[in-house]
Design a protein around this ligand. Structure first.
Ligand SMILES: *[C@@H]1O[C@H](CO)[C@@H](O)[C@H](O)[C@H]1NC(C)=O
Ligand SMILES: *[C@@H]1O[C@H](CO)[C@@H](O)[C@H](O)[C@H]1NC(C)=O
Ligand SMILES: *[C@@H]1O[C@H](CO)[C@@H](O)[C@H](O)[C@H]1NC(C)=O
Length: 650
């Protein structure tokens, strides 16, 4: 009991004293500045205040009365506390109650008040100062590294161009201050690239790029914030190099294989013309199939001239002037031949060979209608001052050098000479027929047919008719008893007194030289005789648009297509096909050449389309094969074999 009373009394005493003291001395309110400005570095707890936090009290500097007991902060959300450091001097400090995150809040504003100690620590009789505003700014720490906005960047550029900016990359940074959150620099990490990046993330190329050299670049790019903190992860930038748009055919293969027996095969099924948006009004494409190296300029059936004439329904009665040498046809034995196969025999004349055709093989009177046909590959041409080069000549055997009829080449002209016999009246008559044709000197094989329906003479070259550009008249030949000599490869000079000899030799190759008196060949037969079994074709003609005009040459080795509409031209070109109807075609390469011209709407400069060089490869036909299968060993009792023997003997 005594123990309980004593402390109570003590407390009463203490309080009584203080109350009296305060009542006497605490007359003034404490005083602080009206505003403070503070700075705190994030994640730290001390706030640097300006001015420093000091509260003053005018009361006498005795315990409690002149002392400062507390600073109070108004604003519950402010994560700060103010602590009194020295009650006598009134100094205090402001600090964070929990770590301050600048990224959450950059500034704080709140009210602070100072309290004096009044009558004691308990708060009784405390006087408070006026309210002061504290404004705190949180200082940033460069915690965050830049991060790129995209996981990967992509861009495309056209070769040969320099760009100011191909693309812009962008990084950002979570830090709260401009210094640490702004991106001050970008850098390309990948060494030796033809690219550069500026402070804003714009990537440009430092040199002209070439699609042929490299079509794709991958570069790694990093970023730095203004506090020099580097992105933890670089970003990949993919740059595709686009070829500069070049007008031309696209989507075609250099080589198309042709399998024998497959009919018509499309050569460029995916072809299309890139015009680079050029404003064209029409397109004209010429497709050429070059087969000059195959046989006689094209793949043909290799029947003998005789069989072919039968197959083509040619009238009988023609004479082969260049047959394969044999016992009965030995006048060609001294000539040079190129091919071993007698079905496709080629005679080569190098200016020294000629043959006398036996008398009476060809009737002397060819009548008014007759046909001379031959395959000819003329050349090399000996130049402009050249002599005549004779293919076929009928001249005086002796005494004179008169040419009755002859076929010769002179300065790339083909001339047919036909002197009539002096029969009834002595009149001037057509006697020399001249044709000037490129084919004569192009060193390629062509099929020539001369159809005589006197006085008209028509030449067919590869099935196409040509009228002579020049016809000269002459007198008929006076009748005489002199025999004539028919020759091939030169003309017979019978009038040479000492040694009759050949003259006007031919240079080139001949094959299938025939003469047929009494009748001329029809054009149908002529085209059949020279018919080529390979050529260009249009797969499904009817599907060609109406806007497409097309034209084949007779040999079907040249196809010209023309149209105003690009799509139709593209479709038409995909339908261009190669066909070889032989069962066993000559295998090997045939070149293809496509030249294209484009017209534009009144434009001076129109795009030009590069020519295409491609090829058809005719594959070797699969050889017929007989396979015999069976067991490797066959065991039979000897008795049975004997039985067979015995039976056979019977
Ligand atoms: C408190 O402040 C008073 C007055 O300025 C000074 O005399 C005293 O030494 C200070 N006390 C401490 C513990 O610093
Ligand atoms: C051709 O054969 C005949 C006999 O059949 C002979 O007289 C002639 O000399 C031969 N000519 C040649 C060029 O071999
Ligand atoms: C040659 O043919 C012409 C015209 O067919 C004919 O008038 C003349 O009798 C013939 N001459 C001889 C020798 O067969």
């Amino acid at each position: 009991m005594k123990r309980l009373i004593l402390p109570l009394a003590l407390i009463l005493l203490v309080f009584g004293q203080c109350g009296i003291l305060a009542g006497k001395v605490n007359k003034h309110k404490p005083w602080i500045e009206t505003s403070y400005h503070g700075v705190i570095t994030e994640n730290m707890d001390t706030v640097l205040l300006d001015p420093p936090l000091v509260a003053l009290d005018k009361d006498a500097p005795v315990p409690y009365a002149g002392e400062i007991c507390a600073f109070k902060i108004h604003g519950q959300e402010a994560p700060f506390e103010a602590v009194v450091l020295n009650r006598t001097s009134g100094e205090g400090v402001l600090r964070a109650r929990s770590p301050i995150d600048c990224e959450l809040q950059k500034e704080y504003t709140f009210i602070i008040q100072a309290y004096d100690c009044g009558a004691g620590d308990t708060g009784a009789g405390w006087k408070k100062s006026h309210k002061a505003v504290v404004h705190i700014q949180v200082d940033d720490v460069n915690e965050f590294a830049p991060v790129f906005r995209e996981p990967v960047y992509q861009a495309t550029l056209t070769e040969g161009k320099i760009y100011d900016s191909i693309l812009q990359v962008e990084a950002w940074d979570q830090d709260c201050s401009p210094q640490y959150s702004q991106i001050c620099n970008y850098d390309i990490v990948t060494p030796h690239t033809p690219f550069a990046i500026d402070r804003n993330g714009n990537i440009r190329n430092t040199e002209r790029l070439s699609y042929d050299n490299q079509q794709h670049y991958k570069i790694m790019v990093t970023a730095f914030d203004c506090g020099q903190k580097r992105a933890t992860e670089s970003v990949a930038v993919h740059i595709e190099v686009k070829p500069v748009c070049k007008p031309g055919w696209q989507g075609w293969n250099k080589r198309a294989d042709y399998e024998p027996g497959t009919g018509s095969k499309q050569l460029f099924p995916k072809m299309h013309l890139e015009t680079c948006d050029g404003p064209l009004s029409s397109v004209r494409a010429m497709v050429e199939l070059q087969t000059s190296h195959i046989g006689k300029g094209c793949d043909r059936e290799t029947y003998s001239e005789k069989s072919l004439q039968r197959l083509c329904g040619a009238a009988s009665g023609s004479t082969d002037l260049l047959p394969a040498p044999s016992a009965s046809t030995n006048w060609t034995a001294s000539l040079l031949t190129d091919s071993g196969r007698d079905s496709d025999l080629i005679f080569r004349f190098d200016g020294r060979q000629a043959a006398n055709v036996p008398d009476r093989l060809v009737p002397h009177n060819l009548t008014d209608q007759f046909t001379i046909a031959t395959w000819m590959k003329h050349g090399p041409s000996p130049g402009l001052r050249a002599e005549k080069e004779t293919l076929l000549c009928n001249s005086d055997k002796t005494e004179m050098n008169r040419h009755h009829y002859s076929l010769y080449v002179h300065n790339c002209r083909l001339v047919f000479l036909l002197r009539r016999d002096f029969t009834q009246i002595d009149t001037f008559r057509p006697a020399e027929f001249h044709w000037k044709l490129e084919q004569i000197c192009d060193k390629e094989w062509h099929y020539y047919v001369i159809n005589v329906e006197f006085p008209a003479v028509t030449l067919f070259v590869d099935g196409v008719t040509y009228e002579p550009y020049l016809v000269t008249d002459d007198w008929p030949i006076h009748p005489s008893q002199i025999d004539v000599q028919l020759t091939v490869g030169a003309c017979w000079q019978g009038g040479e007194v000492t040694t009759p000899r050949f003259t006007q030799y031919f240079r080139g190759s001949l094959s299938g030289l025939t003469i047929r008196p009494g009748k001329i060949e029809t054009q149908k037969v002529i085209s059949c005789l020279q018919a080529c079994k390979e050529g260009l074709d249009i797969n499904s003609l009817e599907s060609l648009g109406k806007g497409i005009k097309f034209h084949f040459n007779p040999a079907q080795s040249v196809l010209v297509m023309e149209g105003d509409d690009l799509d139709s031209i593209n479709t038409a070109m995909t339908k261009v096909s190669y066909i070889n109807s032989r069962q066993f075609p000559t295998p090997g390469l045939r070149r293809l050449h496509i030249s294209t011209t484009v017209q534009c709407f009144g434009e001076d400069t129109c795009i030009s389309i590069p020519d295409i060089k491609a090829a058809v490869m005719v594959l070797p036909p699969s050889e017929p094969r007989i396979t015999i299968a069976g067991v490797e060993r066959l065991v039979r009792p000897a008795a049975r074999l004997q039985l067979c023997h015995w039976r056979h003997a019977l």
